[in-house]
Design a protein around this ligand. Structure first.
Ligand code: ASP
Length: 581
C-alpha cells in the first residue's frame, strides 16, 4: 500500500497512529544523527523524522535521499516539540520506521517551493516541475472549481453540454485560422475553430434551446500581451430569448461563481453602459469602474482662448485626479513622459492644479483667466486639492490616450485593488466598423450579430450608424465575455453578408450551411462566450492567463517543453501532397 493518508491530512488527533505516506522529498536535512524530511504531495507537506535509533536500513535510505525523490514512508504520528503554524500539518511529525525509494530524481533545475529561483523560460521548459509548486497548484485547483461551478449552475438551468468539432472549415472573417491539411482529401484543409459560433447556432436550429460547452478555441494571432494561440471559452447559446434573458441568465452564472468560489455575495444588478458612453467617459470599450475619474469633454470650455494647441485640436478632454494638486514638477513630468509613450500616443499634457482658496495654477496660466479655469474645474467635477490633466488632438486617439492616463492614475492612487470586483455590461456596440484601407465594413462582433430592432431601417440607408444587439461582460476593466442576439432570418443574414461586401455566391460558398439551415425554421436565439482562462486569472488575482493553463505556450507561440512547433519528416508532407517553398 502506498498511502493511508495524504501529506496534508494529519493533525494532533492522529497522534499515535501508524500511517503510510507517499510523496516527493522537498528537503532532507541532517541534524546530528537525525534526518528531517519534508515530504510533499498535492495536498501539503508533512515532516518526517529519522531518529538516531532507527533501523540501519531506514537510516541508509534517509541518507541517500535527494530533492524530488519519490518515496513511501511508514511510521508513527507524534506531537511535534517545535510546532510550525505555517503549515496545516505543523503540529505533528512522523517517526519513520520504513522508507522505500520509489523513484530517484536528478537535481531539479530550480527550487520547487512557493517562490522559485527559476526564470520564466526555464520553468516553462520544465513545466511539469513548475506545476508541483504551490502557486500553480492553487491555480489549477481554482480553475477546476470554476469549471465545476459553471457546470453546476448551467446544468441547474437546463443547459446541455454538447461537443462540437475541432476540424472545421476555414472562413476569412475574424482572426487568422490555424489550418490542418487533410491526407484523405489531398490539397484540401480543415481549420481549427476560432469558436464554435456557427455550430452553436445550428444547435438552436436543431432545437437544443440551451447549449454550453467549456471548449478550446484556436486563433493564429500575433501574441499581444497575454494571449494564447489556444484558449478556453465557456461557450453558450439560448433560443427564444431576447437580450435581457441572456444577460440575466449569465449574470446569475457569474453571481453564483462569485458566491461559490470567492464567497462574495453580489446582491445588485450589474450596471449597464452603452458603448457610446463607455467610449466618451472612459475612452475604451471595457471601462474599469472600480474608480470614477471620468473623462470630460472640455473642448467648448478651453477652445478659443488663443492657446494655439487647443485651438487647432478637434477634441480636448480632461480627467480630475482627486487630491493630487500638490504634485511636484517631477511627478507631473513623469506623467507627461507617460502620455508621450508611443503606445499612449499623446504629444503633450496640460495640467491645472486646484489649490486652496479657489486659486488655480496651470501650465497655461497666461491663456486663461481664473474664471475660465473655475469653469473648467466645474466641468470636470474637480474640487480644491484636485489635479486636472488635459490632453488634446484627434478625438479618437485622444480618448484612447486619456483612457491610458486614467488607468495609470488609478494605479498610482491605488484605486485598482484586485480584491475589489466591479462587474459591468457594455451594450449597444456599433454593428459595423468601416475599414479605410480595404474600404469596406467589417462586423464589429461577427457577421451573425443582429442589429437592434429600432435600427433596422438604418441598415439600408446608413449602415455605419446601426447598433448591434451585442453585449460584453467587463470585470475590472477586462473584457471577460461577449455575445449577441443573432440574426435568425435568412433574408436578413443574406443582407448582412451583402453589406459586408460578399457576393451572394461568396456568401453561399462560405456560409451556405448556416444560411440554408435558417430556411428550415430557425428560432430567435442569442448567446455569449466567456474567456475562461482570463476569468480564472481575475478570480485568482493575477494578470497572466498563462498561470492558469497547465501547459501554455510562450510569447512566440512555442511550447518550449515539447519543443513545438517543429518540422515534420518529408514522408508526412508527401502523404499530404505538400511541398515547402
Ligand atoms: N463566438 C463569439 C466569440 O468568440 C461569442 C459569441 O458571440 O457567443 O467572441
Amino acid at each position: 500500500m502506498y498511502r493511508t493518508h495524504t501529506c496534508g491530512d494529519l493533525r494532533l488527533e492522529n497522534v499515535d497512529q501508524i500511517i503510510t505516506l507517499s510523496g516527493w522529498v522537498q528537503k532532507a536535512r541532517s541534524l546530528g544523527a537525525m534526518t528531517f524530511i519534508d515530504l510533499r504531495d498535492r495536498y501539503g507537506i508533512t515532516q518526517v523524522v529519522v531518529e538516531e535509533g532507527s533501523a540501519d536500513l531506514v537510516k541508509e535510505a534517509a541518507a541517500a535521499l535527494g530533492r524530488e525523490y519519490v518515496i513511501t514512508v511508514s511510521g508513527k504520528v507524534v506531537e511535534r516539540q517545535s510546532k510550525n503554524s505555517k503549515i496545516a500539518t505543523g503540529d505533528i511529525e512522523i517517526i519513520a520506521t520504513d522508507i522505500t525509494i520509489l523513484s530517484k530524481s536528478d537535481t531539479p533545475p530550480f527550487t520547487i517551493e512557493e517562490n522559485s529561483d527559476g526564470g520564466d523560460e526555464l520553468r516553462m521548459k520544465y513545466r511539469y516541475l513548475d506545476l508541483r509548486r504551490p502557486p500553480l497548484k492553487r491555480n489549477m485547483i481554482l480553475r477546476h472549481k470554476m469549471a465545476q461551478a459553471v457546470r453546476n449552475y448551467l446544468d441547474s438551468q437546463n443547459f446541455l453540454e454538447i461537443e462540437t468539432p475541432y476540424l472545421i472549415k476555414s472562413t476569412p472573417e475574424g482572426a487568422r485560422d490555424f489550418i490542418v491539411p487533410s491526407r484523405m482529401n489531398t490539397g484540401e484543409f480543415y481549420a481549427l475553430p476560432q469558436s464554435p459560433q456557427t455550430f452553436k447556432q445550428l444547435l438552436m436550429v436543431s432545437g437544443y434551446d440551451r447549449y454550453f460547452q467549456i471548449v478550446r478555441c484556436f486563433r493564429d494571432e500575433d501574441l499581444r500581451a497575454d494571449r494564447q494561440p489556444e484558449f478556453t471559452q465557456i461557450d453558450c447559446e439560448m433560443a427564444f430569448v431576447e437580450r435581457e434573458d441572456v444577460l440575466s441568465t449569465f449574470e446569475g452564472m457569474i453571481k453564483s461563481m462569485f458566491k461559490t468560489i470567492m464567497g462574495v455575495e453580489i446582491d445588485y444588478q450589474f450596471p449597464r453602459m452603452s458603448w457610446q458612453d463607455a467610449m466618451a467617459y472612459y475612452g475604451n470599450d471595457k471601462p474599469d469602474i472600480r474608480f470614477e475619474m471620468k473623462i470630460n469633454d472640455v473642448t467648448d470650455v478651453v477652445k478659443g482662448s488663443d492657446f494655439p494647441i487647443f485651438d487647432s485640436a478637434e477634441y480636448i478632454g480632461a480627467i480630475a485626479a482627486e487630491g493630487c494638486a500638490a504634485y511636484t514638477r517631477k511627478q507631473i513630468d513623469a506623467l507627461t513622459a507617460f502620455v508621450k509613450r508611443p503606445q499612449v500616443g499623446a504629444t503633450g499634457m496640460v495640467y491645472v492644479k486646484c489649490e486652496a482658496g479657489g486659486q488655480y495654477k496651470s501650465s497655461v496660466d497666461k491663456f486663461y483667466s481664473a474664471e475660465q479655469l473655475a469653469d473648467l474645474a466645474a466641468k470636470c467635477g474637480a474640487k480644491e486639492g484636485d489635479l486636472i490633466l488635459l490632453l488634446c488632438g484627434d478625438r479618437k486617439k485622444t480618448l484612447s490616450a486619456l483612457s491610458a492616463l486614467r488607468l495609470e492614475m488609478g494605479d498610482i492612487l491605488g484605486l485598482r485593488d484586485n480584491s475589489k470586483f466591479a462587474p459591468l455590461w457594455v451594450v449597444d456596440f456599433p454593428l459595423l466598423e468601416w475599414d479605410e484601407e480595404t474600404e469596406r465594413f467589417y462586423a464589429m462582433h461577427h457577421p451573425f450579430t443582429s442589429p437592434v430592432k429600432e435600427d433596422l431601417e438604418l441598415f439600408s440607408t446608413d449602415p455605419g450608424k446601426v447598433r448591434a444587439d451585442a453585449y460584453d461582460f467587463i470585470l475590472n476593466g477586462t473584457e471577460v465575455g461577449g455575445g449577441s442576439i443573432r440574426i435568425h432570418e435568412a433574408e436578413l443574414q443574406e443582407r448582412m453578408f451583402e453589406v459586408l461586401g460578399f457576393t451572394p455566391e461568396q456568401a453561399q460558398e462560405q456560409f451556405g450551411f448556416i444560411i440554408n439551415a435558417f430556411k428550415f425554421g430557425a428560432p430567435p436565439h442569442g448567446g455569449i462566450a466567456f474567456g475562461f482562462d482570463r476569468f480564472c486569472s481575475l478570480f485568482g488575482g493575477t494578470e497572466t492567463i498563462r498561470d492558469y493553463i497547465a501547459f501554455p505556450k510562450n510569447n512566440s507561440g512555442r511550447d518550449v517543453m515539447i519543443d513545438s512547433p517543429s518540422p515534420v519528416v518529408e514522408e508526412q508532407l508527401k502523404e499530404l501532397g505538400i511541398s515547402l517553398r
